[in-house]
Ligand binder design. Structure first.
Ligand SMILES: Cc1cc2nc3c(=O)[nH]c(=O)nc-3n(C[C@H](O)[C@H](O)[C@H](O)COP(=O)(O)OP(=O)(O)OC[C@H]3O[C@@H](n4cnc5c(N)ncnc54)[C@H](O)[C@@H]3O)c2cc1C
Length: 608
């Protein structure tokens, strides 16, 4: 007992020592910076000036405090937090638009999201909402989706069973119990485990933030398991937990369906990762008003306010290292020219594989500490998306603000194992699962921009190897075989969708298909990954949790985004907070919580 108390005191002391320097940095969350939201900006030129601003050497601000590689939410959030602490930050993006997975594109009069379909925990005054409000000065607006935010469809057209997943803590539980009245005990136990994990999840953040030596001592001595059972559950496969709770195969499937949100089959998924996502959506789901490009559109002004900027068409070729072995800048390719830019801090949102295997000079890649980190993770699955433009408004087409998950059978371990093992020739017929959503039905500002039209997105997983033979061809010029191959898969997926939504069959105006090669091109994801490094149990082993952190073995080089904590808008933004905490030597989690309290008090005063 005393040993335990003593150890907690040591952790507490070290934590404060790391995050409190003798001259503390500015608190980026010292005051509430929200302004009343301004009307949606629809003028394409005004939007272009911010989210498409191209890189040229003369646009680079002087005396930079930090350079961020990549403008995904992991990169933009860390840049905005540093900017709020008075730092001048330059974000460099290889694509022609800011946002990474949060960017959108417009084709033939339809707008499509690349990687944001729903986000949880955005109710007023939640931690996430407070953070997002502050890094957008309160300009980003959110629309709540329908109470039934996910529908799970098991089986084919003849055998299909449809289950609904509802938002609202008690509602979520009751909704499941109504559909599985014989299984109330299993549902309660499942949700108890989820709740326990949500209460202890901060331990996973802390272990990434304390000095690595201390984290390793706690892990290798086994003390970590005295502190909490969460570390054991992190290494426990989802299937092991769920299969013990119930024999009902449909309920098992409904407990597991959301594994599609991080792309790992239940027997390989970490129960903690899964529980975190279940908890994330328990109060329902939200969608950005005006579409996902609003995210970058409202964060960039906050970065600019401190003299920084976000510049596109700026592919970083390598990270510059000074004679002392410390990161000191980057090289950007502009046409045939290579331009060196310098800053005392370099942060990468480009993903751990890109950063270590492509951007670091050769001699540093082989550093044992870097190789050790890489050996703990592997590439995640690739993504396959079908973007469909529909003729008709949401009312005309009867579209809802919810998502649809189609699984051909209820044994997901078998389903995914068979699918992932398919040869390229069998893929088109074999794709047994997909996620379907209608962003236009979720966005209250859609009609203002695209009246009389709707959009639909289908997403599934795909092996990079199925498309690898075309990887060296130029984008949009990969030839007929490639076009036919991807269209074949898309058509089979669409057949199932139009069986379910027959009213859409004759309303399809536009189809565009993205493969792992598109991910590689547009968001520079290594190996066409859909959610970054794989989220399997090995990534959640205590040693891996502690090692995947913002501070890298190269001095002044930091990592942010989905490979630090987890994928998802929220996972990647936590990567940003962890990274900014490290750079500023502050515990920003405390700063945000304190601001939340202040705002609550101010609100109570106003209301009284
Ligand atoms: C199809 C799909 C659907 C999804 N749906 C959801 C959802 O509904 N809800 C949710 O919460 N999450 C969803 N996600 C996941 C979520 O979008 C991501 O996990 C998150 O946005 C990742 O953010 P990030 O900043 O870590 O990385 P990214 O968004 O990938 O950003 C990395 C950026 O770095 C840039 N970059 C890379 N290398 C270089 C270089 N050398 N030089 C310059 N720039 C470089 C890339 O171009 C990219 O813009 C989805 C993802 C996908 C792909």
């Amino acid at each position: 007992m005393w040993l335990y108390v003593g150890l907690l005191l040591v952790v507490y002391f070290v934590f404060h020592k790391v995050f409190r320097r003798s001259s503390p940095s500015v608190n980026p969350f010292s005051g509430d910076t929200r302004r009343p939201p301004q009307p949606l900006v629809t003028d394409p030129e005004a939007r272009k000036r911010l989210i498409h601003k191209g890189f040229t050497a003369d646009k680079v601000p002087e005396n930079l405090d930090a350079i961020v590689i990549g403008s995904g939410i992991g990169g933009l959030s860390v840049a905005a937090i540093l900017a709020k602490a008075g730092k001048r930050v330059l974000v460099l993006e290889q694509h022609d638009q800011a946002g990474g997975c949060c960017h959108t594109f417009i084709k033939k009069g339809f707008e499509f999201d690349v990687g944001i379909h729903y986000i949880g925990e955005l109710y007023e005054r939640s931690f996430l909402r407070t953070l997002v409000d502050q890094i957008t000065d309160g300009q980003l607006q959110w629309a709540k989706m329908d109470d039934v935010f996910d529908n799970v469809i098991l089986g084919d057209q003849q055998t299909q069973r449809i289950y609904q997943v509802c938002g609202g803590n008690q509602n979520y539980r009751n909704c499941l119990k109504t559909q599985f009245p014989q299984e109330t005990e299993a549902i309660d136990k499942f949700l108890e485990l989820v709740k326990m994990i949500s209460k202890k999840i901060s331990l996973l953040v802390i272990i990434k933030m304390v000095p690595l030596l201390l984290a390793r001592f706690l892990i290798r001595s086994g003390i970590i398991h005295w502190i909490s059972s969460i570390f054991k559950l992190a290494s426990t496969p989802l299937s092991d937990v769920v299969n013990k709770l119930t024999e009902n195969k449909d309920l098992r499937a409904v407990m597991c369906y959301i594994c599609g949100d991080y792309g790992v089959m239940p027997k390989e998924a970490s129960f903690v990762m899964h529980a975190t996502i279940i908890q994330h959506y328990q109060n329902g789901a939200w969608y950005p008003k005006g579409g996902a490009s609003e995210i970058a559109f409202h964060i960039i002004p906050v970065i600019k306010k401190s003299g920084g900027d976000v510049l596109m068409r700026a592919p970083v070729q390598c990270i510059l290292i000074n004679k002392d072995g410390q990161a000191c800048g980057v090289t950007v390719k502009k046409g045939k020219e290579e331009i060196n830019l310098f800053a005392p801090v370099v942060i990468s949102d480009a993903g751990i594989f890109n950063t270590y295997e492509r951007l670091l000079p050769h001699e540093l890649r082989s550093k044992p500490a870097i190789q050790a980190q890489l050996s703990m993770i592997r590439h995640g699955m690739g993504g396959f998306s079908v973007f469909i433009g529909l003729d008709g408004s949401k009312e005309e087409l009867g579209l809802k603000a919810g998502n649809y998950w189609f699984y051909r059978e209820n044994n997901f371990d078998e389903l995914f194992s068979k699918y992932f093992a398919l040869s390229k020739e069998d893929v088109a017929e074999g794709c047994p699962f997909m996620f379907v959503s209608f962003p236009s039905a979720k966005d209250p500002a859609w009609d203002e921009r695209f009246a009389g039209k709707s959009n639909m997105v289908i997403v599934t997983l795909a092996q990079y190897e199925w498309f690898e033979e075309w990887k060296d061809e130029r984008v949009k010029k990969r030839g007929e075989d490639y076009e036919n191959f991807k269209m074949d898969i898309a058509r089979r997926l669409l057949d199932r969708v139009t069986e379910y939504f027959p009213q859409l069959k004759d309303r399809i105006e536009y189809i565009r298909v993205g493969t792992p090669l598109s991910h590689e091109f547009y968001i520079a994801s290594s190996h066409g990954e859909i959610y970054g490094a794989n989220h399997d149990v090995s990534r959640f082993a205590p040693e891996a949790i502690a090692s995947l952190r913002a501070k890298t073995p190269v001095k002044n080089l930091y990592l942010t985004g989905q490979d630090i904590f987890s994928c998802g808008f929220t996972g990647a933004i936590h990567g940003g907070v962890i990274c900014a905490s490290r750079v500023l030597h502050r515990n920003l989690y405390n700063d945000i919580k304190n601001l939340k309290k202040k705002m609550k008090k101010a609100n109570e005063k106003k209301e009284s």
